[in-house]
Ligand binder design. Structure first.
Ligand code: SF4
Length: 364
């Protein structure tokens, strides 16, 4: 097995950079969809070492960032119902909704607990049978199977106090929506590695076939990204558009059959609202009728007001790839990781947080 340090080897990186510089002749805009890739690109200064022909742009692949305020407001409303325990992954707690955040309602007495897995949430439900335990289901195809598994386990154990607020999203429909909008012109796409580990390569094929945009599924180390950029440059220079995998150690072309089966058993496709992109048909996952008793939206009457975006925040435009954090007047001033105004500064995978922590790199 290769050690992670091998994927950070500066000599190998230098070789890849030299190849990219030699081979890249055509100006190309490449988007990294995934927030994990955004962090690697900024942390290792990858934008700065690429030739001027290549312009990198960040996409909407940070699950916390794309969770719409309307959904965060639902979570806030649920948190304020008596005898409810909200369980959630850490970053969600700090994301501001329209009028408050989970952190604020927790400070006012709501029972909100940070968990590291859905199994932790299930344990809380088992230990608090007099309370309703709601897990905030956010994330892409990567996390949905584990949430599906928790629902199946709750059913098996006969737990009637475990619920999920499903805010899950699936990626391919939103990429189609982004491309159809015509707002951002792309010549190559760095496809998400963790999502592809579940879905395989097939869901990205329409991008190459219908939009003639080269796609490469990438891992998360600096050498993975450089190798991916090189593969994209090769396709671009040859005038090709196909889906390739540079992350062979993490992704099988056919994906993870078991995980897909779990997801399919519990969820069905539904429209979902993405921050910045609005309502996108087929881009969400709704709990199937058979498991509706675990659906927090059905079990509880959720009342929310009209969602409001933070004033002056450009997260919506940043998530569509049409603005960058440095276009935002609040960046680094009012809005910092300690006092975030929008979700792109809260999330460790958000573009604003990556710009703030590691510097903006070159723009174009
Ligand atoms: Fe929003 Fe802050 Fe990013 Fe500006 S810097 S877009 S306010 S998260």
């Amino acid at each position: 097995m290769k050690l992670v340090t091998e994927f950070r080897n500066s000599e190998l990186a230098g070789g890849l950079i030299a190849q990219i510089q030699r081979q890249s002749k055509t100006p190309a805009r490449l988007m990294e969809f995934c927030g994990g890739h955004t962090v690697t690109i900024f942390r290792y200064g990858i934008r700065q070492v690429l030739p001027g022909t290549i312009n990198m742009v960040s996409g909407p692949g940070c699950p916390i960032c794309v969770t719409a305020n309307a959904d965060i407001d639902k979570a806030l409303a649920l948190a304020q119902i008596p005898d409810v325990i909200i369980t959630t992954f850490g970053d969600m707690i700090r994301v501001p909704g329209s009028y408050s955040s989970l952190q604020e309602v927790k400070a006012s007495g709501a029972d909100i607990r940070m968990v590291y897995s859905t199994m932790d949430a299930l344990k809380i439900a088992e230990g608090n049978t007099d309370k309703s335990v709601i897990f905030l289901g956010i994330g892409f195809e990567t996390t949905a199977p584990t949430v599906a598994a928790s629902i199946l386990q709750a059913a098996e154990k006969g737990l009637n106090n475990y619920f999920v607020l499903s805010m899950h999203k699936v990626c391919p429909p939103v990429i189609r929506s982004l491309l159809d909008s015509g707002e951002v012109k792309l010549n190559g796409l760095i496809c998400p590695g963790h999502v592809s580990a579940i879905t395989g390569a097939q869901p990205w094929e329409f991008i190459a076939e219908e939009y003639h945009i080269p796609c490469v599924i990438s891992g998360f180390e600096p050498l993975d990204i450089l190798q991916t950029v090189l593969m994209l440059v090769n396709q671009i220079e040859k005038g090709e558009a196909k889906v390739e995998i540079s992350y062979r150690r993490g992704v099988h072309a056919k994906g993870n059959f078991q995980a897909l089966k779990l997801m399919e058993q519990v969820f069905e496709p539904a429209a979902a609202t993405w921050r910045g992109m609005g309502n996108v048909p087929g881009s969400g996952l709704k709990i199937r009728q058979e498991y509706q008793r675990f659906d927090a939206e059905i079990a509880f009457a959720i009342k929310t007001g009209t969602p409001v975006e933070p004033k002056g925040c450009l997260c919506c435009e940043i998530l569509r790839g049409v603005k960058t954090p440095i276009d935002c007047k609040l960046f680094g001033k009012v809005c910092q990781p300690q006092s975030p105004v929008g979700p792109c500064m809260v999330s460790a995978e958000g573009a604003c947080s990556a710009y703030y922590l590691y510097g903006g790199g070159s723009e174009g």
